[in-house]
Design a protein around this ligand. Structure first.
Ligand code: SAH
Length: 386
């Protein structure tokens, strides 16, 4: 299921722009209906001077018709309609640019938030589904050395509505036929910028909006939502207890602590064994098979013995509860690391498969716009970009 995501290293270099001091001091993002569940939205409508049921109508436009265009809301009184929409469905994202890859099947959008912070989302068409990869934070505090966002540090958490708005926009774009024929967005993966479980409350709010039926939310199936984590163990257990069976992806990248300590700094706090135990508990609580993400880095973590160790660690905890997604490393600028040789990758996969573990090499969408992005950002610095 998660063989379809654009890993964060596809992030636009323009994202590395630091926030100014004045931007940091600015207030939280404006309040938006998507920040809350239906009853609270009714309350906000009343505070805005209209009856509570207006919140329900606005919610149907937003989550059902995927629009915040006041002129389309003909069931609302014309007088004050614009103001009401501005107040309850404020614009949260401004498009900076959108790049196309994979002959139009991938659209990567760079967004600016109200305070100048920037995030990215990626919309991807597949024969059987439409997936959007979204950001949960501007930057990231996890500092994984192979990851572009990890090098930026954390700017700030996104609000629930800032996360939901990326999905709403993707769903609208897809419904409008931007990927070819008009199509319904089906899958959402939290694999853009940020560590979702480090912004737990806002991410959980967004997950609820994704799965609640209209007008509460978009009515997506929980199983088509993937939350990907470096492995914040207490938060994994908390997510397991929420009763929303989203798919959990664990960014493991090494089966041994000696190496994982270097690749994923938070491994200093929660070790491979503790993380895999939590992943197994997640499977038991939700019945959802867990995805193990494993970026294959040449001569670093791609040895056959590590594939065997990974298989042993997974099988020791049961059968059929997990699948592995090796991802060819997408090298970040200036990094010494690169993707494994094809033959080494094939051997890694074969070792896991022989051990009875379902293994699918993840498709790296949009790799052809990474280079283009770098060029665009370079042009932007010279004042020549769009
Ligand atoms: N912070 C979360 C979600 C964002 S990263 C997490 O770590 O899971 C989404 C996935 O892309 C993770 O599995 C991450 O390890 C992977 N990734 C990051 N940088 C990468 C790179 N340069 N090449 C390949 N995969 C990468």
């Amino acid at each position: 299921m998660t063989d379809d995501v654009a890993p964060v290293e596809s992030l636009d270099p323009a994202l590395r722009r630091p926030l100014t001091f004045s931007a940091r001091r600015r207030a939280r993002p404006p309040r938006h209906l998507a920040d809350a569940a239906l009853p609270e939205r009714g309350q906000w409508a009343v505070e805005a001077g209209v009856p509570a049921f207006r919140a329900d109508q606005l919610s149907r436009h937003y989550f059902g018709h995927l629009t915040r265009d006041a002129t389309a809301m003909t069931d609302l009184p014309v007088a004050g309609r614009e103001t009401l929409v501005e107040r309850l469905l404020p614009a949260l994202l401004t498009e900076v640019r959108t790049l196309e890859a994979d002959r139009g099947a991938t659209l990567k959008t760079l967004w600016e938030l109200h305070d100048g912070a920037r995030v990215e989302s990626v919309l991807m068409a597949y024969p059987d589904r439409i997936t959007v990869c979204i950001s949960s934070q501007a930057g990231c505090g996890m500092a994984c050395p192979f990851c572009a966002t990890g090098q930026m540090g954390l700017t700030r958490n996104l609000s629930t509505a800032e996360i939901v708005e990326q999905v709403r926009h993707a769903a609208r774009t897809s419904a409008d036929g931007a990927l070819g024929a008009p199509a319904r967005l089906s899958n959402v993966v939290f694999m853009g910028m940020g560590e979702p479980l480090a912004n737990y409350a806002a991410v959980l709010g967004a997950v609820r909006r994704l799965v609640e039926p209209v007008p509460g939310g978009f009515g997506l199936s929980a199983r088509s939502v993937v939350v990907s984590t470096v492995g914040l163990v207490p938060a994994v257990d908390r997510l397991a207890a929420e009763g929303i069976p989203v798919t959990l992806a664990v960014s493991l990248h090494a089966p041994d602590d000696a190496l994982r300590d270097d690749l994923i700094p938070v491994n200093a706090r929660w070790k491979v064994g503790e993380l895999l135990d939590a992943a197994r508990r997640y499977f038991e609580a939700t019945g959802r098979r867990v995805s193990i993400e494993y970026a294959l880095i040449r001569d670093i973590n791609d040895q056959a013995w590590r594939a065997r160790l990974l298989a042993d660690e997974l099988n020791r905890r049961g059968r059929g509860w997990v699948h592995v997604n090796p991802i060819p490393l997408n090298p970040t600028p200036g990094s010494m690391w690169t993707a494994s040789d094809r033959a080494v990758e094939a051997e890694f996969v074969a070792t896991l498969t022989r051990a009875g573990i379902t293994t699918t090499v993840r498709d790296t969408r949009g790799s052809d716009i990474d280079g283009a992005c770098g060029q665009l950002a370079a042009q932007a610095n010279k004042g020549g970009a769009r």
